[in-house]
Design a protein around this ligand. Structure first.
Ligand SMILES: *[C@@H]1O[C@H](CO)[C@@H](O)[C@H](O)[C@H]1NC(C)=O
Ligand SMILES: *[C@@H]1O[C@H](CO)[C@@H](O)[C@H](O)[C@H]1NC(C)=O
Ligand SMILES: *[C@@H]1O[C@H](CO)[C@@H](O)[C@H](O)[C@H]1NC(C)=O
Length: 441
């Protein structure tokens, strides 16, 4: 899948000159920031904290639209529950502050190829802008680790303060509750040792470039499946292995230039009252397992999912009081703190931001437009960055019911079809995302 050429790489690096406008979700201010202070059209530079201002969608007036968030929510049973206060601001350790995020050449080339295939000029022009927004590089097979090295070298050569984003995603018996993202390693065939070698190879790469910051999302869905899906035999069998291996990954990636965010599912999954406390305890257990002194930066939520950062109560989720990512994060933070786990987050609402036609999962018809999205003060202290972990346009799973990795979600009537295998380019879906972007790209 990698056809990385030098010219492409060069293109990716010049696509983002320091004096350009910052893209939507790019940094636009803060202490020590020397990059662009104006934002791409459709977004406005919004103060988050003294270290960080970010280009958020909308115009200057939208941020006041719903700036009060109730501190009391009503559960389905009608009894009010008060959410705990957020921990004190600790933004000094936010890895995104003052750094330029590297554009993944693989994704830039995918988008460019897709643009070349779009005949409508307006859609093509909008689609081209997607290439300017940083996404994460998914190391979904061990063979991609050397490519991480290539990107780190390119970021290093570019100079300045560069940050590379990647996903660690190769657990043995991966995606244990579904099939669509099953991986290359199995526990039965020595996959635990293979995984340790994969982590060691990643560690060797990041160590070579101490000046380049690296943000890793660690194992999407992996630990979340252990919170809710132990009734699935494959998950029950994988439980001990997942825990040991994520602890191993944390312990081996303790470098000053590396920032780890363990995947924490999303509000509609682990936000439920029955799941949120066990989830916080599991994250803390895994961190403890990495040994004393080992640390992570925090958690990543909503990766490859469709929840809003701030939504309206979703009937499909009732009576879950934490029905959007903001409520989930605010409810999870004190539980993490109690368990000695750092309460910092990155959130990936990209699939919602880009579309009002939801793809794949049910219950999405009540989504509100992203112009309602705000970045309230409590969140500024908890969220390090809004990110695009899932590269928009790459498939989440095949809709071909005869395929080995078929997951019934991908065949449901509200799923985009026909969908190719997970991770491969899905042109018609990409075009739909671009056409429905809100605000327009
Ligand atoms: C572009 O169109 C050509 C011809 O229809 C097709 O072979 C190719 O796969 C398309 N590329 C993408 C990215 O959809
Ligand atoms: C995994 O857990 C989720 C959340 O509880 C549930 O919706 C889903 O059906 C479970 N998957 C399987 C295969 O049991
Ligand atoms: C669906 O998958 C089966 C099994 O891999 C394959 O033979 C068939 O060609 C696929 N169908 C389509 C439409 O891709």
């Amino acid at each position: 899948m990698f056809k990385l050429s030098a010219s492409l790489l060069a293109l990716a690096l010049v696509a983002f000159p320091a004096n350009a406008q910052s893209p939507i979700y790019g940094q636009c201010g803060g202490q020590g920031w020397t990059g662009a202070t104006t934002c791409a059209s459709g977004s406005v530079c919004t103060f988050s904290n003294p270290y960080y201002s970010q280009c958020l969608p909308g115009s200057a007036t939208t941020t006041s639209a719903s700036s009060t968030r109730p501190t009391t929510t009503t559960t389905g049973g009608g009894s009010p529950t008060t959410t705990s206060a957020a921990p004190a601001p600790t933004d000094a350790g936010n890895p995104f502050v003052g750094y330029t995020t590297f554009l993944i050449p693989e994704y830039v080339s995918e988008v460019q190829a897709a643009v070349a295939n779009i005949s409508d000029a307006t859609t093509a022009a909008s689609a081209a802008k997607v290439a300017e927004i940083p996404v994460f590089f998914w190391m979904d097979v061990a063979a991609k680790v050397p490519t991480l090295g290539t990107y780190l070298a390119a970021a290093n050569a570019a100079g300045g303060k560069q940050l590379v984003q990647a996903v660690i995603y190769d657990l043995p018996d991966r995606d244990c509750a579904a099939e669509s993202s099953a991986g290359e390693f199995t526990i039965a065939n020595g996959g635990a040792a293979d995984y340790m070698a994969y982590i060691d190879a990643i560690a060797a790469q990041v160590q070579q470039y101490p000046n380049v910051r690296v943000v890793f999302v660690v194992e999407p869905d992996g630990l979340a499946n252990l919170v809710t899906n132990l009734s699935v035999e494959k998950c029950a069998n994988a439980q001990t292995t997942y825990i040991q291996l994520v602890s191993y990954a944390i312990s081996k990636l303790q470098f000053p230039n590396v920032f780890l965010y363990l995947d924490a599912g999303h509000s509609g999954w682990l936000g439920w009252p029955a799941n949120i406390t066990p989830a916080a305890q599991l994250f803390a257990q895994v961190l403890k397992g990495a040994g004393s002194g080992a640390t992570v930066r925090g958690l990543a939520t909503d990766v490859s999912n469709y929840n809003l950062l701030r939504g309206t109560e979703d009937p499909a989720q009732s009576p879950n009081p934490n029905y959007d990512e903001e409520l989930y994060i605010n409810a999870l933070a004190p539980l993490l703190t109690q368990n000695g786990f750092p309460a910092h987050f990155i959130v990936d609402p990209v699939l919602v931001l880009l579309t009002s036609v939801p793809p794949k999962v049910t219950g999405a018809t009540s989504r509100v437009p992203v112009s309602a999205l705000v970045h309230p003060p409590t969140l500024a202290t908890l969220i390090d960055s809004i990110v695009w972990v899932k590269p928009p346009g790459e498939s989440d799973g095949t809709s071909n019911s005869s395929a080995a990795r078929y997951d019934t979600h991908c065949g449901q009537s509200d799923a985009a079809q026909p969908a190719p295998e997970a991770g491969t380019w899905f042109q018609s879906y990409f075009v739909t995302l671009v056409q429905n972007a809100n605000p327009p790209l």
